[in-house]
Design a protein. Structure first.
Ligand SMILES: Cc1cc2nc3c(=O)[nH]c(=O)nc-3n(C[C@H](O)[C@H](O)[C@H](O)COP(=O)(O)OP(=O)(O)OC[C@H]3O[C@@H](n4cnc5c(N)ncnc54)[C@H](O)[C@@H]3O)c2cc1C
Length: 417
């Protein structure tokens, strides 16, 4: 028997287990998946919990329900990988050997990395929405927030779903307006980037959406600490931003065991070839999803497209053949903009998000980089697709590689929009 060991039963690990169990003969291959608990979280749902759009029960399910027969599921914390001996040590003292290892342990918000973030104001006036606990606590806090300064803050890039803080800001603005208190709340968006987003065309577009909504953009802000007594964000260049309610995205980092195993970069991401996701130093180790260091967005859509390429490559690799698939960094994200509308962005390593139609040129029916009701409905529908199609590894009717069909390469004028 050969052993495929997958660390992490999140988006990428679950899809890989499902897809490869169908492709690898059961009498030749054992597949084992390790995760620390039995609760699979639909993380995009964290965005909606604070506004009551989703209930907690809609975003959490048992991991067992999504892992197929013929896959061993081990519940344990990973303590350390020993790549030289092809072994994984679990925190409970057990050891698992492998012929091939897939690291799919994602990335985690780390409020402990910013002085003052976990101070006395944590979960009183300082919240995150990148965890289930943070998002549900924020839902409670928002119920009584009807005046003052709301500051939405990104600590450092990269973060998973880099558009999510902007989406939260747009949804909060719209929600305050619906409750009739928008004129009593000042909103600021504070980012370490030089604009609203990472890529120029989308950054200009999303930046003007902040302007239209009278949301102040505080760019190039590298937070040094949070002063709990005076409720201030303080930057390295000594700027101070006051808040009554701070919604922060803490530093995101890969799993600590990656560092303990000597397999990560300074943020615990596993270096891999950006087209094959294979470790350059360990020919039987892949890292897929948010856990790796590829220069793509950390997003479920990226994990999905990467898994499609990885599965075919893996089947070639174990036969000793060259891997013929090449991942292009494809990302595809709905961006909530409030008021029942949303945008869609589609991009890869080489092409930034551009306006246009998706997936069919001229026809759409979805619009790229434009606020429409259809995009919002697409975002809401995605939860069902995630549980019923994506996680079980069923085929999705969208291309794995990014296509230029339907994209407009010159910047649109206002009339064209
Ligand atoms: C608020 C929010 C909104 C988002 N919105 C979107 C969106 O609209 N579109 C989109 O594409 N993406 C979105 N994402 C991102 C998406 O959820 C992630 O990119 C995706 O889940 C990554 O999949 P993954 O398998 O790499 O990691 P994960 O799904 O995070 O899985 C990692 C798994 O590893 C396990 N693990 C970690 N360390 C250990 C250890 N030491 N021992 C055992 N197990 C361990 C964890 O328990 C977890 O189950 C959003 C994320 C957030 C937080």
């Amino acid at each position: 028997m050969k052993d495929l060991l997958i660390l992490g039963a999140g988006t990428a690990g679950t899809m890989i287990a499902n897809k490869l169990r169908r492709r690898l003969p059961r009498d030749e291959w054992r597949i084992t998946v390790v995760d620390r608990d039995d609760r699979h979280h639909y993380q995009p749902g964290y965005l909606f919990l604070p506004f009551g759009t989703y209930t907690p029960g809609q975003v959490v399910r048992s991991r067992h329900a999504f892992l197929p027969d013929g896959v061993d599921f081990v519940i344990a914390d990973v303590d350390r990988v020993e790549p030289a001996g092809s072994q994984v040590h679990l925190a409970d003292g057990r050891t698992l050997g492998y012929d091939y290892l897939v690291i799919a342990t994602g990335t985690t918000p780390r409020p402990d990395q910013t002085p003052g973030m976990l101070g006395p104001e944590w979960r009183r006036s300082i919240f995150d929405f990148y965890t289930f606990e943070g998002s549900t606590a924020l839902a409670e806090a928002l119920k009584s927030f009807d005046h003052g300064r709301l500051v939405v803050h990104v600590t450092e890039m990269p973060i998973k779903c880099p558009v999510a803080p902007l989406e939260f800001t747009f949804l909060a603005e719209s929600w305050l307006r619906e409750r009739g208190v928008r004129d009593r709340v000042e909103i600021a968006y504070v980012t370490p980037l030089s604009g609203a987003f990472t890529k120029p065309v989308a950054s200009a577009h999303l930046g003007s959406m902040l302007d239209e909504r009278k949301i102040a953009l505080e760019a190039d802000f590298m937070v040094e600490s949070i002063d709990n007594d005076r409720k201030l964000l303080v930057s390295y260049d000594e700027r101070e931003i006051p808040f009554d309610l701070l919604v922060t995205v803490p530093l995101n980092m890969g799993a600590d065991f990656v560092a303990r195993s000597g397999m990560g970069d300074e943020l615990n991401y596993v270096p891999v070839d950006k087209h094959t996701l294979l470790s350059p130093t360990h020919p039987n180790v892949f890292a897929v999803g948010d856990a790796n260091d590829i220069p793509a967005s950390k997003a479920g859509s990226v994990a999905h497209f990467a898994v499609e390429v990885f599965v075919e490559n893996f089947l070639e690799h174990i036969e000793g053949l060259p891997m013929t698939g090449s991942f292009d960094g494809h990302a595809n994200c709905f961006v909530e903009s409030g008021g029942g509308k949303g945008l869609l962005i589609d991009f890869n390593y080489d092409t930034e998000p551009l306006p246009g139609k998706y997936p069919l040129p001229m026809v759409g029916p979805l619009d790229l980089l434009k606020e429409t009701r259809a995009n919002h409905l697409g975002k809401l529908a995605f939860r069902h697709i995630y549980w019923n199609v994506l996680l079980p590894g069923r085929p999705m009717p969208v291309p794995t590689h990014m296509s230029m069909a339907g994209k407009v390469t010159a910047q649109p004028t206002e009339n064209q929009e």
